[in-house]
Design a protein around this ligand. Structure first.
Ligand code: ADE
Length: 241
């Protein structure tokens, strides 16, 4: 039985993705599923392998992700929450199809620089970086096949699709170690941190967050989203000891 870093057994897992193609495969393999809707968002509760799982497609963006995460925590009390999907690569050498498992997340577009706060500062947490759960993150990273490019590091989230040199400069100027950009993980990390729920973010690169990212995103969103979900599916389908 896998455990969180604090030593709690992981029996019930919340899985959140923004888009249909990022969660469909998991839904297809869920047994005994019960669907309910809260604030316009659908929650699918059932079993995958030996685990109780609640799946939620939150929609794109930080507010939608935060809203859905808080409702999931209150209604389902998961032992941990995993955010899966695609992302745009920021780190040099990180290729389309490569994967990132977050060590930390940040909401890079929180900007109160004019009043003296560092970029990404979350007043309610009195900090910038949200810490992903090391044990849950390692559990996921270990399930990624050997032929896939995988790295651990900082995942940055904002309510912007990153495609311009200006956006990259803002992000990398404040967070030079940023590995990839997406639009939900930081909000999910923030809500989980405030509720003391262990979380992990796993993302497969659909593009390289540059001038070609609109075209590449369209080409690779399905493949990248499915790849990340398939890794979770293989992890959950293994028998627990
Ligand atoms: N998700 C996938 N690619 C992205 C990008 N370039 N920016 C933000 N979110 C993304």
């Amino acid at each position: 039985m896998p455990k969180t870093t604090e030593g709690k057994d992981i029996k019930r897992i919340g899985i959140i993705a923004a888009m249909e193609e990022e969660i469909r495969i998991l839904k297809m393999h869920m047994a005994d599923s019960q669907i309910r809707s809260i604030a316009g968002t659908e929650y699918c509760f059932g079993k995958i392998g030996d685990y109780e799982v609640v799946l939620m497609q939150c929609g794109i963006g930080k507010v939608s992700a935060a809203l859905g995460t808080q409702a999931m925590i209150l209604e389902y009390q998961p032992d941990c929450i995993i955010n899966t999907g695609c992302a745009g690569a920021l780190a040099a050498g990180l290729k389309i199809g490569g994967m990132v498992v977050a060590t930390q997340t940040v909401e890079w577009d929180i900007d109160m620089l004019a009043i003296g706060f560092p970029r990404g500062f979350v007043t309610t947490m009195n900090g910038v970086l949200m810490q992903a759960d090391p044990a849950v993150s390692e559990w996921i990273a270990a399930a990624i096949p050997f032929d896939v490019q995988v790295s651990r590091g900082l995942v940055v989230s904002g309510d912007q699709f990153v495609s311009t040199p200006e956006q990259r400069e803002i992000i990398l100027g404040s967070f030079p170690d940023a590995r990839c950009a997406e639009m939900e993980g930081g909000a999910i990390g923030h809500v989980c941190a405030q509720n003391a729920i262990p979380f992990a973010v796993v993302r497969c690169m659909s593009d390289t967050a540059d001038g070609d990212s609109d075209v590449n995103f369209a080409l690779f969103v399905k493949e990248a989203g499915e790849k990340s979900a398939e890794i979770l599916l293989s992890l959950l389908s293994r028998e627990t000891a």
